[in-house]
Design a protein around this ligand. Structure first.
Ligand SMILES: Nc1nc2c(ncn2[C@@H]2O[C@H](COP(=O)(O)OP(=O)(O)O)[C@@H](O)[C@H]2O)c(=O)[nH]1
Ligand SMILES: [Mg+2]
Length: 370
């Protein structure tokens, strides 16, 4: 399959978000590191405001080994990597960051290992085996990375030393085998690949992580939340969608807020019950909407005018959900089912309704065939 014709042998997929200043130096570094390889690089840009995509296209005009996959209205590191890999026809695929944290000089060695071995699917750049290290990564980040590694190994039962690595190379055959089973949630594409139900034959190669050259890290608290979602999805994904669990968690926060506002207005300030209850409902629905928009549906977050219309639609959908909830609970109660069970079942049906409706109408996936 390899070494014949003059097609691309290795595609390096680099997800980018606001990495404009790193693009040209990265292409130069790849040019040097991969001097004897037929390679290309696909930068997958999620419409970065700093104009990364324009910079990539400018370079692509000078060098046809440079390609740009420009995604609009999307965010997400894992899905960017998967789509970048699917845009390539090469038999070998590498994934690395744009910020020079990963050592591009390891790429030829990774390729060499894969080329030379029929019983290897994946080579991983590891910081946690002899010869590798987290280098200049700040203490706090090392701590987070170590904890996440421990958690992933515990929850998912993977034995690999660095499942959180964002630097690896695989054979196309492996990608095609697992692509239908990937979760594509969040930041951790390697972990996703490793836990997709196929036994992956891997080897780890040590590398010393460098510090980010230019620009800023996109790792934040939301990314950590997405990591937990990925773990949940991998453990329970086939039973309950993680977005649903997130939706329920947000709903519980909303319920607590509801009780707080109701208690304050009705008990503390003596407002009439109906007006206290209406205000509490409005506060809870608004908080649920904003939290879901921020966390559960981060990947399709509504902004500006669409945020406003989305909120109105959310009020409507949730009011219907509440009506259904009360109707079912009352009917069950009349059938002499204990009050708390009737109430709970009503709430469950109402929640599933709200989830299904908002998934379909409020935060529907745009421009994507499903
Ligand atoms: N396409 C795309 N790339 C992203 C996104 N978030 C981060 N990246 C890129 O993914 C790589 C890793 O992100 P980085 O901020 O360096 O994370 P860190 O290494 O954990 O601090 C970098 O090249 C980022 O530009 C995203 O939502 N979409
Ligand atoms: Mg980085």
């Amino acid at each position: 399959m390899t070494g014949e014709g003059d097609g691309v042998e290795l595609t390096v997929v680099i997800p980018v978000f606001n990495e404009q200043a790193n693009i040209e130096p990265m292409v130069r570094a790849l040019d040097i590191a991969l001097a004897n390889v037929r390679w290309e690089v696909i930068f997958v840009d999620d419409d970065s405001p700093d104009g990364s995509a324009d910079e990539i296209r400018r370079l692509a005009q000078q060098d046809r080994r440079v390609r740009c996959l420009h995604r609009i209205d999307r965010r997400g590191l894992s899905s960017a990597c998967v789509e970048g890999m699917l845009a390539s026809s090469a038999p070998y695929l590498a994934v690395m960051d744009a910020d020079f944290q990963h050592d591009e000089q390891l790429l030829p060695q990774m390729l060499h290992q894969l080329r030379g071995s029929d019983d290897l699917d994946l080579v991983i750049g590891s910081r946690y085996i002899a010869g590798g290290s987290t280098g200049a990564l700040p203490e706090s980040r090392v701590g987070i990375s170590r904890f996440a590694t421990w958690l992933a190994r515990l929850v998912l039962g993977v034995s690999i030393s660095d499942p959180m690595s964002g630097f690896f190379m695989l054979k196309r055959a492996l990608l095609m085998q697992v692509v239908g089973h990937l979760s594509q949630q969040g930041f951790k594409i390697l972990l996703d690949l490793l836990t997709s139900g196929t036994e992956v034959r891997y080897r780890e190669l040590p590398y010393v992580m460098r510090s980010r050259q230019r620009g800023e890290s996109k790792l934040d608290i939301l990314v950590s939340g997405e990591f937990l979602l990925l773990l949940l999805d991998k453990r329970l994904g086939h039973l309950l969608p993680p977005k649903f669990l997130m939706f329920v968690a947000v709903g519980l926060i909303g319920a607590a807020l509801h009780l707080l506002v109701l208690g304050l207005l009705y008990l503390h300030w003596g407002a009439p019950f109906w007006s206290a209850q209406s205000s509490a409902t409005l506060v809870a629905m608004t908080s649920n909407f904003l939290l879901n928009n921020q966390f559960t549906y981060r990947d399709r977050r509504l902004r500006g005018k669409r945020l406003f219309y989305g909120l109105l639609l959310f009020y409507l959908v949730c009011s219907l959900g509440a009506l259904i909830n009360v109707r079912i609970a009352s009917s069950l109660y009349e059938l002499e089912i204990t009050w708390w069970l009737a109430g709970l079942l009503g709430a469950v049906v109402g929640t599933v309704w709200n989830y299904a409706m908002t998934l379909t109408f409020t935060w529907r996936k745009k421009r994507l065939a499903v």
